[in-house]
Design a protein around this ligand. Sequence first.
Ligand code: IMP
Length: 424
Amino acid sequence: MPATVIVGAQWGDEGKGKIVDLLARDSDLVCRYNGGPNAGHTIVADGETYKLKHIPSGILQGKECVIGAGCVVDPPVLIEELDGLASRGIETGLVRLSGNAHLVMPWHLAIDRASERRLGKLAIGTTKRGIGPCYADKAMRLGIRVQDILDPKILRQKIEVALTEKNLWLERVYGERPIELEGLVEQYEGYATRLRPMIADTSLLVDGALREGRRILFDGAHGTLLDLDHGTYPFVTSSPTVAAGAGVGIGIGPSRIDSVIGVAKSYVTRVGQGPFPSEIEGPDQERLRELGGEYGTVTGRERRCGWLDLVALRYAVRVNGIDRLALTKLDVLSHFSALPVCVRYRTRDRSETHDFPAHQSDFHAAKPVYEVLEGWNEPLDGCSSVAGLPDAARAYVEFVESELDVEVTLVGTGAERSSVLTRA
Ligand code: IMP
């Protein structure tokens, strides 16, 4: 398919990086359309572990990579990431950065931290990378964009205007120290020198590539349930994570997208606060966390772990238009002899539904109704295709397909690049 969106179908951390890395082999261009350094993609390639925050994982396959207008970029983090890759022999001259992407500024980080602290028990549990405040300034039309660093006069002026207001917030609302203008302008002028060669009209670039029939992957950060409009608000991130965000975040029309691949873990994890109906109670939660190595890539926080939730996954299929699924980390379930799968929610009026609740309070009250599938109790290391999986593991995959009416085309069975099974 010439233009394919890869989207997380749960609360993020589904293993998209690895799927993008795999599919990038047969692609020409890989484009990230949303989010910033709050995302973390871990890819294990030839025994080496790479952790990427801003740059699409296609970079490891030597593919041209785009960071689109819908992204927010923290310059020192991006520069550190570029330097880290270059020091390991990865070609980074192929990264193109949209001039319309917004910059995460030091006041965004300070306000994110202070706001979470002030919310106390009501905190969202953000990654504290300044994401919400940065997107809020974008909507307020107070943001500073990548293109602004190209002109020192404009940069100084914009920082000055923003800082006057932000320092009032920091001092008067949050009781924090103000941020100095002088050092900051110089610091960002320095970043400009590094970023300048990467800045491009990425909408035009992608349009040209599509016209030439080049194959493009759109790499969605985070997951469906963290989407600002369609996720479990307010426990969401501040960007559009759903597949439709690809058109907006890159600057192409929706008719240009040919296919949407959803990536879901074979179970569910969530970081941060918010309701989570299939969250495991008891020692299996800890066991699943340890077996799956479920600790945040960006923050190192423990991820909350739950059984596969098909109500939420059905919702993800709907809001993204998913036509194929990749099911990751199936191997982690090899250690459980019985596998509960949430097939319906029991609602407040004690009826049962297959559909994801439209209102927050109904979702808060939803209880999982499980069907328990048989475990396979053996490692999946030797399997080379989905057909070659142990019977119970194949039945698990087929159960997901029949409940969602979507084909599972890829199955992850280990951390290595090579541990992704296809249907053949
Ligand atoms: P923020 O994106 O840092 O504002 O955090 C908002 C919510 O999204 C918090 O619950 C975070 O834990 C969650 N979040 C943001 N990015 C990711 C991610 O890449 N994986 C999982 N959760 C994320």
